[in-house]
Ligand binder design. Structure first.
Ligand SMILES: [Zn+2]
Ligand SMILES: [Zn+2]
Length: 396
């Protein structure tokens, strides 16, 4: 059915590729092209078109509500509608990631990188005029809200045309033209970005940036999500503020932890030895536990938190040792599972600070374990190749 096999760009979005494919195959309107594809598939495989939405903005695999496997099958069939080798639709698609970030935040997966779903832009998709001038296609990273600047040209992405129209190829079906005034988007002027905006764009693209933490690309996205939830109340990220925090890493995190500790000592309503870890540090460990992995060699946030706790837990003036943890927090520190914590309690390796009824099962949310005991156990029993000790060395 498709005579021309359009060549994809490596960093192109699936939706951009489909638009170009329809143009190259002689369709004036994307809707006509896509209606033809859907009805053709329906003839050969009954009902398959229900797995392919009619709107361009909903076609990608990560937007499948019920079954992404059905959507994947449908796109695989579309990729075979050519006499040439199959179309590269699946390699351009954004998949639902198998990994969760932080507190059950879903992810998308593309080209080996896991990115929190919440950073996927849902309204306009901005563009870099200089990129469009070089090659007319939509770069996948323009879909992610943390890119304020173009990593190639060091200019700010344009959200609007000079006429005021929001740029969104998913609704206009135009890659290089304004849907309202018809202007060529490649001719729009672009403002030079600030150094922090540029460096955050480079860092999120997986490049090494001097002065910013060296982490794998999925973890740089995880750190942004963690920072947004911990320091920005979940609001949109200002890349200049984020850059300020990261450029002072790890001192920026240590100052934050010192402040939390000092604040609780000053203002806590209960004596310090009756406080839980959550009373002092909130959901610190849980928010930092999956960025997206818990492996301390990759998760620099968790590594720095554990290092901080290890340094201070047995200092008498810090009073950290008595803070109460639940099983989830203890499991994060020990690099093990909640079930394993229950077994350790059952075997008497870990003591609970409140008396439990005989034969009762440890509830994962009960804050009955002390931070000091958990660290003692780690020092005594968990120093194996699989524990945290393989990535940092204890002082004792
Ligand atoms: Zn550019
Ligand atoms: Zn316009």
């Amino acid at each position: 059915m498709l005579l021309i096999r359009t060549k994809p760009f490596l960093d192109e979005s699936l939706e951009s590729y489909l638009l170009r494919l329809s143009i190259h195959n002689g369709y004036n309107k994307f809707q006509s092209f896509w209606a033809g594809v859907r009805s053709h598939l329906n003839e050969s495989t009954r009902g398959i078109d229900s797995a392919l939405p009619s709107e361009l903005s909903k076609i990608n695999i990560c937007h499948a509500n019920v079954s992404s496997a059905k959507r994947l099958d449908a796109l695989r069939l579309v990729s075979q509608l050519t006499n040439h080798e199959p179309l590269p639709l699946l390699s351009l698609a954004l998949f639902r990631g198998g990994q969760l970030f932080s507190r059950k935040r879903t992810s998308v997966f593309n080209n080996g990188v896991t990115i929190p779903f919440r950073f996927l832009r849902t309204k306009g998709i901005p563009i870099c005029p200089a990129c469009i001038k070089e090659n007319v296609y939509i770069r996948q990273h323009w879909h992610f809200s943390l890119f304020e600047a173009c990593p190639e040209h060091s200019v700010l992405l344009r959200n609007h045309c000079d006429c005021g129209e929001e740029i969104n190829y998913l609704s206009s079906h135009e890659i290089a033209q304004c849907a309202k005034c018809g202007s060529n988007l490649a001719d729009l002027e672009a403002t030079v970005s600030s150094a922090p905006q540029r460096e955050i764009a480079h860092w999120l693209s997986g490049r090494l940036v001097e002065g910013l933490p060296a982490v794998i690309q999925s973890h740089s996205w995880g750190i942004c999500l963690w920072w947004q939830e911990t320091f920005n109340d979940g609001k949109d990220i200002d890349s200049e503020q984020l850059h300020l925090f990261l450029a002072q890493w790890p001192d920026s995190l240590r100052s934050y932890l010192n402040c939390k500790l000092a604040h609780s000592k000053e203002y806590a309503l209960k004596p310090f030895n009756q406080l839980s870890f959550k009373d002092v540090f909130g959901l610190l460990l849980i928010q930092a536990s999956r960025l997206p992995s818990t492996n301390l060699s990759e998760n620099i946030v968790l590594k720095e938190i554990v290092r901080y706790l290890e340094e201070h837990v047995f200092e008498p003036e810090c009073l950290l040792s008595d803070l109460k943890l639940n099983s989830i927090e203890a499991a994060i520190i020990l690099g093990t599972s909640v079930e394993q914590i229950a077994v350790l309690v059952d075997q008497g390796e870990l003591q609970t600070k409140s008396r439990m009824k005989a034969n009762s099962v440890l509830n994962a949310n009960w804050r009955v374990l002390s931070l000091g005991d958990v660290f003692c156990l780690w020092l005594a029993k968990f120093q194996t190749d699989n524990s945290h000790s393989n990535v940092f060395i204890s002082r004792w």
